[in-house]
Design a protein around this ligand. Structure first.
Ligand SMILES: *Cc1c(COP(=O)(O)O)cnc(C)c1O
Length: 401
């Protein structure tokens, strides 16, 4: 009988859905089915000489879980395979991923360009935090790539965007902005939380680094905080790794284990959530009490063509303006039974937020207006409940205004 190697032993030959289940698994000598949880801060050495060689980098192996850990490594390798990157690093939170990614690219005297529609913490890092350390920043309307081009300076080292954005689901043309970054010798960093790895692959569209809050869809069940940075080997194993190793925004092995298990069902969950979201968006778009719906998968979206080009689905995040005032938006949220008022997203449980008075409260009124965050805007993270129950819940709440 001919002896040949099954090509599927090579993860690169596996489909993304398969990589989410098997990618990065590193079994111990016990041959456990599920990924092992190495809940350890440190590692032992057979001898002083072995320790010396390990520290010198002459032998492979872990030293301390701030630098690396076998469970965290499995999560990183699974994410790298899923995103089509060479390498990844897990972090304690999504904000640790964003901050580490940006800090790895700049130093005092440099400049960063970012889209102005950003998650609250991301905007704080770019607008307030980096300037404290001598890194200036320019925020632009991300919907038109020309705005990025116009903001580029000789010392611009990074462009940072989210697409779709929080909360008004604005899109950035990733391919076009990636080209602008490249032409200016800047690195392009994309926060891909809202699209999820299921519906958008920024590295394929020209990003150098993609970051996630794994707290969101990757856990997807409201348990753990986490983040991840994926990209090319030089960036990840160079400055990104050094910052994590030396400053310590490291991912806990326990959280990495939860995220590994989350990835196994990510595709199933997100696809069902997106199906629900499409049905909800349709219902809201035709509802007399709703003024406007923002959903990347709905033809009424202002950048629907771009969404079709760079995303493979609308994902589970949407927003809508109710007709009326803040009190009406509050009344809708307050009359829901299943959909919970909370500021998280990407969870199995559907979640509604009033951004103007919660996640975006910190912004000036004028900045909120610029971003389209009105007093009657509600952001909805659609979950895994039965579609008909979600529609009834919203229908009931809208009937109360
Ligand atoms: C939640 C979120 C973050 C921050 O992630 P944490 O895990 O909460 O630190 C960053 N970007 C986006 C788009 C997010 O939704």
């Amino acid at each position: 009988m001919a002896q040949s190697k099954n090509p599927l032993l090579d993860p690169k030959k596996q489909s993304p859905a398969t990589r989410m289940v098997h990618g990065g698994t590193d079994r111990s000598h016990h041959g456990e089915t599920s990924e092992a949880l190495y809940l350890t801060s440190g590692f032992t050495y057979d001898s002083s000489e072995a320790a010396r060689l390990r520290f010198k980098g002459d032998t492979e192996g872990h030293i301390y879980s701030r630098f690396s850990n076998p469970t965290v490594e499995m999560f990183q390798n699974r994410m790298a395979l899923l995103e089509g990157g060479d390498a990844a690093r897990g972090t304690a939170t999504g904000m640790a991923a964003v901050t580490t990614a940006l800090m790895s690219l700049v130093q005092a005297g440099d400049h960063v360009v970012a889209s102005r529609a950003l998650f609250g913490g991301c905007r704080y890092v770019v607008e307030d935090f980096l300037p404290r350390w001598g890194v200036s920043s320019t925020l632009v309307d991300g919907r038109d790539p020309k705005n990025f081009e116009a903001a580029m300076r000789d010392n611009t080292k990074a462009i940072f965007v989210e697409s779709p954005t929080n909360p008004t689901i604005e899109l950035v043309d990733l391919e076009a902005v990636g080209k602008i970054a490249k032409a200016h010798g800047a690195k392009f960093v994309v926060d891909n939380v809202f699209a999820t790895p299921i519906y958008q692959s920024p590295l394929e569209l020209g990003a150098d680094l993609v970051v996630y809050s794994a707290t969101k869809h990757i856990d997807g069940q409201g348990r753990c905080l986490g983040g991840v940075i994926v990209g090319d080997q030089e960036l990840i194993e160079g400055d990104v790794h050094t910052i994590i190793r030396q400053t310590g925004p490291s991912m806990s092995p326990f959280n990495a284990w939860v995220m590994l298990k989350g990835l196994e069902t990510l595709g199933l969950r997100v696809e069902k959530m997106a199906q629900n979201a499409a049905a909800v968006a349709d219902m809201l778009a035709n509802h007399p009490k709703v003024e406007r719906v923002y959903y990347a998968g709905h033809p009424s979206h202002a950048q629907y063509e771009l969404a079709q080009k760079q995303m493979t689905g609308g994902s589970n995040m949407l927003a809508f303006d109710v007709k009326g005032k803040q009190a009406d938006a509050y009344a809708v949220a307050d009359h829901l039974a299943l959909i919970k008022i909370s500021n998280n997203l990407g969870d199995a449980k559907s979640i509604i937020t009033h951004p103007a008075t919660t996640t975006h409260q910190r912004l000036e009124e004028a900045d909120r207006a610029e971003l389209g965050i009105s007093e009657k805007l509600l952001r909805l993270s659609v979950g895994l409940e039965a579609e008909e129950d979600l529609l009834s819940d919203l229908q009931f709440a809208l009937d109360q205004i």
